[in-house]
Ligand binder design. Sequence first.
Ligand code: AMP
Ligand code: MG
Length: 469
Amino acid sequence: MMTIAFDHSYARDLPGTYLRVPPDPAPAPRLLILNRSLAGDLGLALSDADARDWFSGASLPPGAEPIAQAYAGHQFGGFSPQLGDGRAHLLGEVLSPDGRRFDIQLKGSGRTPFSRGGDGKAAVGPMLREYLISEFMAGMAVPTTRSLAVVATGEEVWRETKLPGAVLARVAASHLRVGTFQFFAARGDKANVKALADYAIARHYPDLAGAEQPYLAFLDAVIAGQAKLVAQWMGLGFIHGVMNTDNMAISGETIDYGPCAFMEAYAPGTVFSSIDHQGRYAYQNQPLILGWNLARLAETLIPLLDPDPDRAVDLANERLTGIAARYRTEWTRVMRHKLGLLGEDAEDATLADDLLSTMVGADWTLTFRRLADPAALRPLFDDFRGMEAWLPRWQARAGEGAAVRIAAANPSVIPRNHQVEEALSAATEGDMTQFHSLLAAIRAPFTEAEPYMLPAPTGFGRYVTFCGT
Ligand code: AMP
Ligand code: MG
């Protein structure tokens, strides 16, 4: 039998921030997919039988010490002082051969004291969805949690209807969230806020430990990572869907793939989630929510920033005021890459803004992909006049070799909603063929592969995602 060399730094260093609770044993586990390349990167030699049993809760891998982590969070703007892992179990951490530390967590593995009304379970469709989309993000070099395996449990779970249950094994740089800090700050537990900050610095930003003001440097580092992350999302047309503070990772990774989806026709107000009635987490609002969430993190750190509370608030505000400009810089960098621009020109952001205002209604992904080929670009637009004016400006700025850079920077294949839905409903019925084909296509996103690169057929209608994941 293989083993996993687990460590438990979180449990060891942060007593009082979690509860020990075992996952539910899956009655009849069946391995749906195992990410062998990720397992290899982590230095894990896993047999299918080990993966099936260990990542479904059917049996615990030797050395695992399962815990449910406490966290709070602002959900759609309202504060919930106690969320926590209601259906997840952290088995422990592993050190990859290149010396990086990763959490291995089960999701959908049963109730915990944090479950509130929930059943602690997950269904096959949403867990495979997380697997697929996180693989695409990783392939596009967007920081993200990864998916190691999905195991069908042999149980039925009730959502709108009866569905086959599944557990996802998730790999993350850590599961520290903005909401983890909020949990302790809300209780006035300054010692644990400090312990968490020290732990986060040691784990994610070890260079900052010696900084003159380590907690301020920590806030800066989280701001920098998140600004970069959201700029990358925007470049791909990715809409997270639930940017609650409990779903924002301190590591700068994309976390908690729920009702997320990729925008097809460009519309800044695009929302997919059925419960996001106000459009709080719409595409264009993501950069604003970034700042809002980071303000919530900053609030928790105030007591650590300076012994003088007024001075601490000033320091935090200074940082928060800088987020918009920092995001704009990151976004401009992403857009330069997408537009195949070399070097930097003061007008680049305006060039990108002007493209966006003229491409409303056109397919986000294919417009960038086809920029250098006007004959292929034209059919994406109802009215091409705006582009006819914009293209010569872009050509003049982009210059030689732009077509090659465009093709290298912009995917032709993204996880298109109608393709994802088809693959997931087949998988829910027990047929993984389509899922594997789609996964292969999104793993080679720069290869032109019909039908995966085509927008939804007109009959597909408005796409709605559900939180009952
Ligand atoms: P999410 O919206 O998935 O980020 O989850 C928000 C909170 O609800 C977290 O505390 C989750 O652990 C909890 N939660 C979500 N789904 C379930 C479920 N089926 N059972 C128990 N808790 C859940
Ligand atoms: Mg969550």
